[in-house]
Design a protein around this ligand. Structure first.
Ligand code: OOG
Ligand code: NI
Length: 455
């Protein structure tokens, strides 16, 4: 009998191999990893309570391996094959993000693991965007781009072979997994050689830099990797001294006592020498490094409040430095409750419940109010970490690295159906995942207190 390794083991190996490759390709990313590790270490030393909380909830181990990456592809076939490639690593498409309104002609999903154990092991995610050629106005340029894309194959024959094998067997053996990781990595590698001549590159670039980035190369080079920090403000402050040029502002919500959703910033993309067909030298700017700080996942109500406050802050933060931007955000977000108890009582965020030792030993408990049970120390609630992305922030990250100002908007609108058709599968709605996790943890906690789960 052949022993198969788990999808999660393969994802863990792949994410480490990808990180090593990217450190090699973009040495500043290695510096960024060191800076993040240093700040995380200092933060944990300063805040032993945080360290303990992360440890008891399986988050300390994953901190060191945690990162996301991003790629952009050009056709339905490429996207559909990527779905199968990521499935080998237990990663499924979660969420639909429309970026056309923000002036970026793509729509996206995030491939990621979804169950608790898999997330605790290694939550590696890849934000994956599909170019929307239909949004290019000029018919000639549209056809030219489609023609170029039709000629390339971004997967090695070995990668295709291992994907099919994994689908047939249910997973891969140790040796096959090694081969899969090496072959799959080729899809994400940077190629100095463009597939087109400089004139074609420039024509596509003039339409939108992103179109040139997607269309003119052999593959969808990984364009950034993002480690998770526990103090994004501090990493942003220290970036210049470490030789990195940070983007102007940290995207997302302001700093809070109870962090919500996701805060992100990046160092700016590097200009890299590129060889075009006809042996002409030029440069291409695409690859960068990013950091993220994750907070609690918000319910639909919490998210609506976040979107409203962010919308209100936008008029007031335009053009501000990060410091001033963060001050205004903090003022506007004063309307967002900032204690775990309030977030829970108002149904703004998702929590995971567990019975305490005292709870399990208490015997039949008469009390059924969740908040009272928490006060009595019979169950605990901890915030569920947000594992997904934010479209407004993603647009900000795209723009700061593509040189756009975000004022341009494509006439297109969200088209989830078209995206799912290209993908060949539906995307999972992220809120359902958090709601299910909250519900099942509460059911289990109440059951161990001898309380029938409330519906
Ligand atoms: C993806 C930008 C979005 C994030 O963290 O929000 C993203 C890209 O530039 O391809 O990675
Ligand atoms: Ni990112």
């Amino acid at each position: 009998m052949t022993t198969l390794v788990s999808h999660h083991e393969i994802r863990d190996r792949f994410s480490k191999a990808m990180s090593a490759m990217y450190q090699d390709e973009v040495p500043q990313y290695e510096t960024l990893l060191e800076l993040v590790a240093e700040v995380n270490r200092e933060t944990l030393e300063r805040d032993p309570e945080l360290a303990e909380r992360l440890a008891t909830h399986d988050e300390l181990n994953r901190l060191g391996v945690e990162r996301h990456g991003a790629i952009r592809v050009g056709s339905a076939e490429e996207l559909a094959m990527l779905r199968r490639l990521f499935a080998v690593m237990g990663m499924v498409p979660v969420g639909y993000y429309d970026l056309s309104e923000a002036g970026v002609p793509v729509h996206s999903t995030a491939f990621r693991p979804i169950d608790d154990e898999a997330l605790a092991r290694n939550p590696f995610r890849v934000f994956t965007s599909l170019l929307r050629l239909e949004l290019i106005e000029s018919p000639e340029l549209r056809e030219r781009a489609a023609g170029i894309l039709a000629k390339r194959d971004i997967f090695t024959p070995g990668a295709r072979e291992m994907i099919e094998l994994s689908e047939r067997q249910g997973s891969l053996t140790d040796e096959q997994a090694e081969r899969f990781v090496a072959e799959a990595l080729e899809t994400f590698r940077w190629h100095q050689d463009a597939t087109v001549d400089l004139d074609t590159y420039e024509a596509l670039h003039a339409e939108h830099r992103l179109i040139a980035d997607v269309v003119c190369f052999h593959g969808p080079h990984i364009n950034h990797l993002t480690p998770r920090t526990l103090d994004i403000d501090e990493v942003q402050r220290r970036m210049p001294a470490a030789g990195m040029n940070p983007k102007e502002v940290i995207e997302g919500p302001p700093r809070r006592a109870c962090p919500i959703l996701l805060r992100q910033t990046s160092f700016k993309a590097l200009e890299e020498p590129t060889r075009f067909a006809g042996d002409r030298q030029g440069t291409h700017t695409a690859r960068f490094g990013e950091i993220e700080q994750r907070g609690v996942a918000l319910t639909a109500e919490g998210r609506a409040l976040y979107d409203r406050l962010l919308g209100e802050s936008r008029r007031r933060t335009a053009g501000l430095t990060n410091e001033a931007h963060q001050r205004v955000l903090a003022e506007v977000f004063a309307d967002f409750p900032d204690s775990e108890a309030e977030l829970r009582r108002q149904g703004l965020a998702f929590f995971e419940y567990r019975a305490t030792e005292a709870g399990r030993e208490a015997g039949a408990v008469a009390e059924t109010e969740v908040e009272r049970l928490i006060e009595q120390g019979l169950i605990t609630a901890r915030p569920i970490t947000y594992e997904d992305f934010l479209p407004v922030s993603a647009a900000g990250i795209f723009q700061s690295n593509l040189g756009g100002d975000g004022s341009q908007a494509y006439a297109g609108h969200a088209n989830r159906e078209a995206f799912e058709e290209a993908l060949g599968a539906p995307v999972t709605y992220e809120l359902t995942l958090y709601a299910e996790r909250e519900r099942s943890s509460l059911d289990a906690a109440l059951t161990s207190l001898g309380i029938p789960p409330v519906r």
